[in-house]
Design a binder for this molecule. Structure first.
Ligand code: COA
Length: 191
């Protein structure tokens, strides 16, 4: 995917203009703000279905993340799009390709929409765009995991054609809270 070029623009259900585009080098500070907003939310919302992003996220952390995305995208092993509103990154989704030849057609999906921008259709548009790009690049079997309690995410994933494979009990332990994790997959050739 071309660095930074807009893939799509649309209006969210609450009337905001949303741009979907690939990440670019200049996104480092925006990514730091995005990651820390999620990390702060996670510190107070023990239900948040995100396993990564604990504590303060530094520029060095995000530089590693961004460099990996840009490097792997160039090699065709990463499909990644950001959702941008008023110049600020408010969402990110990606499919990361497995590289061994036997599983080269498979990838792992992840998505985060920032608090304040959820439930207005951004996740669905972002996810659809990433899956479309993924299929174009030959990653047609996509897997994901989701907290069993994350009803909104499970709804979205099923809406976009993902099926439940099973449940890993107590996969995530957060203090005294234990979360089961649902494993899902989609065959993008059948969508
Ligand atoms: C899950 C997430 C990616 C969804 O993105 P979003 O932009 O909020 O989703 P959308 O607005 O596109 O769609 C939300 C859908 O869920 C539905 N929904 C909302 N709350 C729900 C609930 N509690 N139970 C079932 N469905 C619910 C909405 O009605 C909508 O479906 P519809 O369009 O069929 O009516 C986003 O909310 C998010 O990042 N959440 C926090 C982090 C997270 O959970 N990431 C996923 C980790 S696996």
């Amino acid at each position: 995917m071309r660095q930074g070029g807009a893939k799509a623009q649309f209006e969210s259900k609450d009337g905001r203009l949303v741009t979907l585009r690939a990440l670019k080098r200049g996104d480092l500070d925006g990514l730091v703000r995005f990651a820390n907003a999620v990390s702060r939310e996670k510190a107070v919302n023990r239900e948040l279905g995100i396993v990564a992003l604990d504590g303060r996220i530094t520029r060095a952390d995000e530089r590693l993340f961004l460099n990996r995305i840009l490097r792997e995208a160039k090699k065709g092993n990463e499909v990644s799009l950001a959702a941008v509103v008023d110049g600020e990154i408010v969402g990110h989704a990606d499919v990361w390709r497995r590289t061994p030849r036997d599983v080269h057609h498979t990838g792992v999906f992840g998505i985060i929409i920032r608090e304040g921008y959820r439930d207005v259709g951004i996740g669905e548009r972002l996810m659809s765009a990433v899956l479309h790009e993924s299929a174009k690049r030959g990653i047609w079997l996509v897997e994901l995991t989701v907290f069993a309690t994350n009803a909104r995410a499970v709804h979205l994933y099923e809406k976009l054609g993902f099926r439940r494979v099973g449940v890993v009990p107590e996969k995530v332990v957060r203090g005294d809270r234990h979360f089961d994790e649902v494993v899902m997959y989609a065959d993008l050739r059948k969508r």
